[in-house]
Design a protein around this ligand. Structure first.
Ligand code: ZN
Ligand code: ZN
Length: 544
């Protein structure tokens, strides 16, 4: 089937659907599914707009509300994750995913669904080490801090995704997995985005959490956005014995990931790509739940932290009675029973708040916090807890929100621990990015200027992707706490020897093949600048 992949959406649904329809006509083809990699801006009304972290001048209603109100209908099934410019109050209503409008499905903080036999997972938000180990404590009306932290990735979501063992076809993250730029045409990337150079060279650009997931999940495709540039990479993984990627003959096969990042929806920008993905024609033409994922959600239901206290995920370190929450045949069978053998995700979209009316704008409308019946239904079905309802209850009871009274937090030995990751990502901490808006206290802001995108040949996205520069993913690519803590940890050894891609004055360090453990080769990378791996929290970030 044909999947259209979009980078950042920034509320431009009309333009995106128009472009797809234009391409369908031009190429005489049919797109089956649209995937959006965040900055979706599902803004229903003026109150939602106040929950979006953008400078006031970029607070524009855009087109989503028309799809929410029913004035327009999404012509293609659309699946998206959250980024760092979102109506966070709306996405918060659907922590486990759900319909934000008819035919438009949000994956939740993290989620996995199936469409025509293609398994699609994703994680919302961007990585910031200072919020990574907190609970989901934010709620509207947001403060100037929580309006940002609400979209920061949390360790619990990564932990849940790391329980998965079955093969993943497609995975979405808003910020790029750290290190992915070493597996594509880095020279071309840095030509387009010179200001990434320092982060790329010091291997600090991108999310270490996403990198860990990439290493673990080894999906066939990984799509990202956020940096507003098109970039393709191809990564060959070493065989992981503990994860059973086994073919029909019983052989364990190495997996490879095709990575593609796309731009935002602007004229003459490469924001859309159509990809042919093999599907199972026997599977229904509708979104389906994922048994393994639901099993993990059920198993981890008591691992809930709605406070801003930091905590660690269970691991086999003597402090936790249980650390393996992966699915078994039995737990999957139980989920199937919960579902009455019907995997289809119900079409249960409902309007929870009034929508914007251009003829009668309500500028005084406040940011609302409501419990979404879709989440209530989902939680009742699988015995889960609606984080949103619990946060509200907590708030009502205590009159105060940010307290340590949450008794479900296992804080054993965790509070004083240093962050799991020491360096930040997703950002341009010491560079100036002329393509971005500068906010006084957040460097993640992007150029949100609105320009019209006319679907014309001039703006037709380039349909070719060159997944070049095949390289082997080192076993040590995932950033561990050791990596964060121990600057002498030399498991990654970067060779400074030779130039690649013909760079002149600034020779890139080529990944050098040093060992061949699996008979397929692995790579060691030597750190040139070990200082960046010290435990210092670099989250002061804040470029001007
Ligand atoms: Zn963006
Ligand atoms: Zn973004």
């Amino acid at each position: 089937m044909k999947i259209a992949v979009e980078g950042c959406c920034h509320g431009e649904l009309d333009k995106i659907y128009e472009t797809i329809q234009f391409l369908e006509k031009k190429e005489n083809t049919k797109v089956d599914l649209l995937l959006c990699c965040g900055d979706f801006q599902a803004v229903r009304n003026e109150g939602d707009m106040k929950c979006m972290a953008v400078p006031p001048k970029y607070r524009q209603m855009q087109s989503f509300y028309k799809y929410y109100s029913g004035e327009k209908q999404a012509p293609i099934l659309t699946i998206f994750i959250g980024g760092n410019h979102e109506a966070s109050n709306y996405l918060q209503e659907l922590p486990y995913g759900g319909w934000v409008a008819p035919n438009i499905y949000y994956l939740g903080y993290a989620g996995v669904v199936n469409y025509r036999g293609v398994r699609i997972g994703g994680i919302s938000g961007i990585f910031k080490s200072h919020d990574y180990r907190k609970g989901h404590f934010e709620h509207p009306p947001y403060t100037k801090d929580t309006i940002r932290s609400a979209y920061h990735v949390r360790n619990i979501e990564v932990f849940k995704l790391k329980q998965l063992k079955e093969p993943m076809d497609v995975f979405l993250s808003h910020d790029w997995p750290r290190s992915i730029y070493h597996y594509g045409n880095k020279k071309q990337l840095l030509k387009k985005k010179e200001f990434f150079k320092q982060e790329v060279e010091s291997n600090t650009l991108g999310s270490p959490a996403a990198s860990e997931l990439l290493h673990h999940l080894q999906p066939s495709y990984w799509f990202s956005a956020h940096l507003h540039v098109k970039f393709a990479a191809f990564m060959q993984h070493p065989v992981r014995r503990e994860v059973a990627f086994i073919n029909k003959e019983g052989d364990q096969l190495p997996k490879a990931t095709k990575f593609l990042a796309l731009d935002k929806c602007l004229p003459r920008r490469e924001f859309l790509q159509i990809i042919e993905v093999e599907h199972d024609p026997r599977k229904p033409d509708q979104l389906e739940y994922d048994l393994e994922w639901l099993s993990v959600l059920k198993a981890t239901k008591d691992l809930l932290n709605i406070s801003s206290q930091t905590w660690n995920m269970p691991e086999n370190n003597g402090l936790h009675g249980r650390w393996d929450y992966s699915a078994t045949e039995q737990t999957k069978k139980e989920v199937l029973e919960d579902l009455g053998d019907d995997l289809s995700i119900p079409q249960n979209f409902c309007v929870t708040l009034p929508f914007y009316n251009p003829n009668n704008p309500q500028h005084k409308r406040v940011a609302s916090h409501v419990v979404n019946p879709q989440t209530t239904e989902f939680c009742a079905r699988f015995g889960l807890i609606d984080i949103n309802a619990k946060v509200r209850r907590n708030d009502d009871d205590s009159g105060e929100f940010d307290t340590a009274e949450d008794n479900e937090v296992d804080s054993s030995g965790s509070v004083e621990d240093p962050s799991e990751y020491s360096t930040d990502t997703s950002i341009l901490s010491s560079s100036i990015n002329p393509d971005e808006i500068t906010l006084e206290d957040d460097e993640d802001e992007e150029d949100l200027s609105v320009q019209s995108v006319e679907p014309s040949p001039e703006h037709t996205p380039d349909l070719s992707v060159n997944f070049s520069n095949i390289r082997v993913l080192p076993d040590s690519m995932a950033v561990s706490s050791d990596d964060a803590m121990d600057s002498t940890n030399d498991e990654m050894e970067r060779s400074e020897s030779s130039q690649t891609e013909g760079e002149g004055k600034n020779p890139e360090r080529q990944l050098k093949r040093l060992s061949d453990e699996n008979g397929r080769g692995s790579v060691k990378i030597k750190r040139r600048n070990q200082a960046i791996y010290t435990a210092k929290d670099e989250d002061d970030e804040l470029i001007g």
